[in-house]
Design a protein around this ligand. Structure first.
Ligand code: FMN
Length: 240
């Protein structure tokens, strides 16, 4: 009799532990694979973004156009910071951002491929929204290689800088299952549109590019395997 009781209690305890573990996996804190190496003191602080001024919204909506031809004028660090803030900047003490995110799970990571930016060495950088800072990942100008990975689209090589929006799907799918994939795709559209509108506000040009080879981009930018690049957006001064 005692044996039966002990066995029953053991089975119950195992079931409770298993259910607890499953609940933790589904609803516990979001695990993020490090987007890059841990943030280090090599982080580059960006100028504080302008949170109030700029082109009126309706004027930015009216001006937004896909621009594929750029001149050789460099972008400033202020412009880069403003564009990154528009894409994924934090605008609320709870960590909420300029773009909405299903369940506030924030699956997107923004990478900057700098080529012709004042006071910023050519290279690949990761944007840290909470510090509003850049972490260097790869040294050197990889815009031409990125253009080659984007089916040879010259706009990617010609932009002074290129913004790459990547996602770690698991942050969203672990809560929302297959529907989470749709959410991630919707979210990158929000962030991409924010870059478009910010570029219009700064009188810069950009184009949202979806035609590229993701694996080549992962390799080039040193992205973790779980990250999938979804948008490539070159930015520069429109050619006259
Ligand atoms: C999902 C998506 C993928 C796109 N991919 C490319 C692309 O690979 N290359 C490109 O030059 N434009 C690309 N575009 C931009 C469209 O060509 C552009 O939005 C369209 O021609 C309308 O022009 P507009 O943006 O000026 O209104 C893409 C747009 C979207 C929404």
């Amino acid at each position: 009799m005692n044996y039966i009781k002990i066995a029953a209690i053991t089975v119950l305890a195992v079931v409770v532990l298993l259910l607890g573990a499953l609940a933790w996996m589904r609803f516990g804190p979001v695990r993020r694979s490090a987007p890059v190496e841990a943030e280090t003191n090599t982080s580059i602080s960006l100028p504080e973004p302008d949170r109030t001024d700029g082109l009126p919204l309706n004027a930015a909506l009216e001006a937004r156009r896909s621009i594929r031809d750029f001149d050789e004028v460099a972008l400033t660090l202020e412009e880069i910071g403003q564009l990154l803030w528009a894409a994924q900047g934090i605008t609320d003490p709870r960590g909420f951002r300029t773009a909405p995110s299903a369940g506030a799970l924030f699956p997107l990571e923004v990478y900057l491929v700098a080529g012709n930016v004042e006071d910023l060495a050519a290279g690949v950088y990761h944007y840290d929204p909470s510090a509003h800072a850049l972490t260097p990942i790869v040294e050197g100008d990889v815009r031409s290689a990125l253009a080659a990975a984007s089916l040879g689209q010259s706009s990617v090589a010609d932009g002074a800088a290129v913004f790459v929006l990547a996602a770690e799907y698991e942050r969203t799918t672990r809560r929302y299952g297959g529907r989470g994939e749709i959410y991630v795709h919707i979210e990158v559209g929000h962030a991409g549109q924010n870059i478009y509108l910010q570029a219009a506000s700064l009188e810069l040009g950009t184009v949202a590019i979806g035609a590229f080879e993701p694996d080549r981009i992962n390799e080039l930018l040193g992205l973790p395997e779980a990250f999938v690049p979804l948008y490539v957006m070159p930015v520069g001064h429109p050619a006259n």
